[in-house]
Design a protein around this ligand. Structure first.
Ligand code: NAD
Ligand code: ZN
Ligand code: ZN
Length: 349
């Protein structure tokens, strides 16, 4: 079968022929219906090498945002039938440690017991930018609710799940009267705006450096659009009566956006760093307002994915998708690099 693979660090993805996967005991092979292209893949292609803090390396098939249909099940797999539509829960942990038992496989504490330390399919192991994909354990598949097809579901598994986790943990700080800032309205950010609108009554300010992204933010229900730049912090402070935002979600993570977050988070607020832009934020007693919580978040939990799929099936969250063939895969990353994609690109093999 054909697959788009990262063959070595600091190289472009290549379309190559590989063997069809075979499911072992407890395992499942799915036929890919959609595989989303994430900006993290660009970091994988361009920013990482042997010296990076990842415990795995190429070659592997890209694509960690996947949905499709059950194609073949191994011995001991129950509860899934051939042809059934499923979404892949992407972070693959050991399945038995305290965190994995709660479905929080992102933060598995038994790295040696996981199929790939801190990764999953498309992140160290073969992902979904191929015709078929091996799923190491049936628990990593969630049946798609009525009303959701694999192309729509694929982006929900990361571009949906990651902002959902980040927003959900800040729900208590987002009552009516509060303000949330979303920095970076790309694949994750535009779904993040929708999740804030669908699950809270907060006012949403969207920040981006591209006009098309700000237009998409408005389509997604953002209340105010701010162009990033030297005046952004002042604009946000003005819009919040000088107080700053109760929650700032940074989906970029470069020096400038981290500084903007620090300058615009309200005292006792949350500054949540989701983007892996490589920036740093100097931290000292007076560098952020009192009691601001600063955290990074990684992806989300399996129960949270079920909640996101429900939001998707009910039409409350609807990623803006453009589809591409497997042949067009390398072009997708080229366009992502140039910043000419809107919403999420999904590869449909
Ligand atoms: P994307 O390319 O689809 O979107 C990025 C958006 O940020 C674009 O709209 C771009 O115009 C905007 N942007 C870039 N620089 C900016 C700046 N200085 N100010 C304001 N806006 C700016 O990317 P994506 O797939 O949404 O991923 C976003 C980031 O999140 C990436 O760094 C990715 O690696 C990371 N990510 C993290 C996790 C996690 O679990 N923490 C999961 C998935 C992706
Ligand atoms: Zn991702
Ligand atoms: Zn575990």
């Amino acid at each position: 079968m054909r697959a788009m693979r990262l063959l070595k660090w600091k190289s472009d993805p290549e379309l190559v022929e590989i063997d069809m996967p075979e499911p072992g005991p407890g395992q499942v092979v799915i036929k890919i219906g959609g595989a989303g292209a994430c900006h993290s893949d660009l970091h994988l292609l361009h920013d990482f090498d042997e010296s990076s803090p990842l415990a795995w390396s190429p070659p592997f098939t890209l694509g960690h945002e996947n949905a499709g249909w059950v194609h073949d099940v191994g011995p001991d797999v129950t509860g899934l039938s051939k042809g059934q539509a499923v979404a892949v829960y992407g972070p693959w942990g050991c399945g038995t440690c305290d965190r994995c038992r709660l479905g929080i496989e992102t933060y598995c504490e038994n790295i040696a017991g996981a199929p790939v330390p801190g990764g999953g399919g498309g992140l160290g192991l073969d992902g979904g930018m191929a015709e078929y994909m091996l799923i190491p354990h049936a628990r990593q598949l969630l049946p798609l609710p009525e009303g959701l097809d694999p192309v729509q579901a694929a982006p929900l598994t990361d571009a949906g799940l990651t902002p959902y986790h980040a927003v959900r943990r800040s729900w208590p700080k987002l009552p009516p009267g509060s303000t949330a800032v979303v920095i970076g309205v790309g694949g994750l950010g535009h779904v993040g705006v929708q999740i804030l609108k669908a699950t809270t009554a907060t006012r949403v300010i969207a920040v981006d450096n591209r006009d098309e992204a700000l237009r998409l933010a408005e389509e997604c229900g953002a209340d105010q659009m701010v162009r990033s730049g030297p005046d952004a912090a002042q604009e946000i402070r003005r819009a919040t009566r000088g107080h700053g935002a109760d929650v700032v979600l940074d989906f970029v993570g470069v020096d400038a956006t981290l500084a903007l977050g620090a300058a615009t988070t309200r005292s006792m607020g949350d500054l949540t760093i989701v983007g892996i832009g490589g920036g740093t934020l100097p931290l000292s007693f007076f560098s952020v307002p009192y009691e601001v919580s600063i955290q990074t978040t990684y992806w989300g939990s399996r129960p949270e994915l079920a909640e996101v799929l429900d939001l998707g099936a009910r039409g409350l969250v609807k990623p803006k998708i453009s589809t591409f063939s497997l042949d067009e895969g390398p072009e997708v990353y080229e366009r992502m690099h140039q910043g000419s994609l809107q919403g999420r690109a999904v590869v449909v093999p």
